[in-house]
Design a protein around this ligand. Structure first.
Ligand code: ADP
Ligand code: MG
Length: 254
């Protein structure tokens, strides 16, 4: 329903296919055979207790971690192919972390242009134009010349989102993007993510914001102990969870 009003402005939203993914650190099995399909333009929220492997899963998708077994495909590129061009994969995937990771010694504008220049080879004026467009999108065009430290946490996170969008990603990964924010700034960040979803971006979002997951996600995936315990429509998984572990988790966070 939500998608019928969408204006698909995400350049080429990608699909994601994860099949039988295993990741361990030494003897610690963190992901124990995760399979998940995300359609182009779909928003999938990953929920689950701390330590269940949510961050590790996202980090495998953009090759910050190398899984031991299983496949990940983004669009028609198999990113788990040992011969894959890792930089080419990362160019297509935007990631936003709990800690915004802005470059503290660069202006907001410079934060948005540096990777466009170095990685995409854009001219200074093209990078600047894209940066200003994306700052406008997140409502911070007037902060282009500020230093990150002059901004609130919520504003810094909006800059981090604008920075990721400036690379024209086909897929956006969010790892608890609002968990480190003051409560009064959470809403602004969520509302930008809501806009992105409406615009047709493919999004994988780890979040504890159940209202956001219920309203914005097409599907919700509940993970526990390195496996997908339950997945389905947001209203079903959050509103009427079938598994005891999902019920217990939700009773703690809702
Ligand atoms: P979540 O994001 O769901 O809280 P994580 O994916 O961060 O879970 O972590 C899952 C498990 O993997 C945890 O037990 C964590 O301690 C462990 N882990 C994560 N990263 C590493 C690492 N680099 N080395 C060793 N263990 C790790
Ligand atoms: Mg995590």
């Amino acid at each position: 329903m939500k998608k019928s009003t969408a204006t698909a402005t995400a350049a080429h939203p990608a699909s994601v296919t994860i099949d039988g993914l295993h990741k361990s650190y030494g003897s610690l099995d963190v992901l124990k055979g995760i399979s998940l399909d995300v359609q182009p333009g779909e928003v999938v929220c990953l929920i689950g207790p701390s330590g269940s492997g949510k961050s590790t899963l996202l980090r495998c998708v953009n090759l910050l971690e190398t899984p031991q077994r299983g496949r990940i495909q983004i669009g028609d590129v198999e990113v788990t192919d040992p011969d894959v061009d890792i930089d080419a994969v990362r160019r297509r995937v935007g990631m936003v972390f709990q800690q915004f990771n802005l470059f503290p010694n660069m202006s907001v504008l410079k934060n948005l242009t540096v990777a466009q220049r170095k990685v995409l080879g854009r001219s200074e004026s093209a990078a600047r134009q894209t940066a200003l467009h994306n700052l406008e999108r997140v409502g911070l065009a007037d902060k282009a010349d500020s230093a990150p430290a002059q901004l609130s946490g919520g504003q810094q996170q909006r800059v981090a989102i604008a920075r990721a969008l400036s690379m024209d990603p086909e897929l956006m990964l969010f790892d608890e993007p609002t968990s480190a924010l003051d409560p009064e700034t959470v809403g602004d960040v969520l509302s930008i993510m809501r806009d992105l979803a409406k615009e047709g971006m493919t999004m994988l979002v780890v979040t504890h914001e159940m209202a956001f997951a219920r309203d914005v996600a097409d599907r919700v995936v509940f993970m526990d102990g390195g496996v997908v315990v339950e997945e389905g429509l947001a209203r079903d998984v959050i509103g009427a969870p079938q598994h005891q572990r999902t019920q217990t988790f939700l009773s703690r966070v809702l």
